[in-house]
Design a protein around this ligand. Structure first.
Ligand SMILES: Cc1cc2nc3c(=O)[nH]c(=O)nc-3n(C[C@H](O)[C@H](O)[C@H](O)COP(=O)(O)O)c2cc1C
Length: 194
């Protein structure tokens, strides 16, 4: 799991989600801002980590309808032509990718008739297409809406759901076709959890 929060000490929700999965067997929590505070990304190391894992989770707060800047820098540098895509670029083929995001806006804001005018899936289209170009299967996002209203114990249900989701993905208990087509992983996951 690639974790990206530029001010972790001020994070209420992402930090809680991340701390809740840190001890999960088979899950690596890789904190990008902690590792690369000056944005000097070690491309070879990042590529090696990707090769070692089957699922790439990008966990971050939603910033300007996208991810914090270091995630973009990571994509720009790590997903090299001839490695991730293009001629000879097959290193990521067959892996899974999805975003796990927290948003300030409520669920109702991320609708055609809401004040953000676009759905989460529409806004995350660049990630979806990036995964596709690299031969990965992109799943619906795990989304915690209304993060600004959450703090302390009210983050517990989201943290529990996130942990269960990562366990289900790790143990291949998720219907991938459904998870790829859904609006959010929450919907699919509720079915799995039943
Ligand atoms: C620079 C910046 C940009 C933001 N852009 C958005 C946005 O586009 N949509 C949204 O719903 N919330 C936006 N927010 C609110 C964050 O998503 C929210 O503060 C975060 O998800 C809370 O998680 P945390 O407690 O882990 O920091 C933005 C916040 C910041 C600081």
């Amino acid at each position: 799991m690639l974790f990206a929060h530029p001010v972790l000490e001020r994070s209420r929700v992402n930090r809680r989600l991340m701390e809740g999965v840190r001890d999960l067997a088979g899950v690596t929590v890789h904190d990008l801002y902690e590792r690369y505070p000056t944005f000097a990304i070690d491309v070879a190391r990042e590529q090696a980590l990707l090769v070692e894992h089957d699922v790439v989770v990008l966990q971050h707060p939603f910033y300007w309808y996208s991810a914090p800047a270091l995630v973009k820098e990571w994509l720009d540098l790590v997903l090299e032509h001839g490695w991730a895509y293009g001629k000879g670029g097959a290193a990521l083929q067959g892996k899974l990718m999805f975003n796990a995001v927290t948003t300030g806006g409520g669920e109702d804001a991320y609708r055609r008739d809401g004040y953000n005018r676009f759905t989460m899936r529409e806004l995350l289209a660049p990630f979806d297409q990036t995964a596709y170009l690299c031969g990965m299967t992109y799943l619906a996002p795990f989304v915690v809406h209304g993060a600004l209203r959450l703090a302390g114990e009210s983050t517990a249900p989201a943290a529990a759901a996130y942990r269960k989701l990562l366990e289900a993905v790790r143990d291949e208990r998720i219907d991938l076709a459904k998870a790829a087509a859904a609006a959010t992983l929450g919907e699919v996951f509720v079915e799995v959890a039943r």
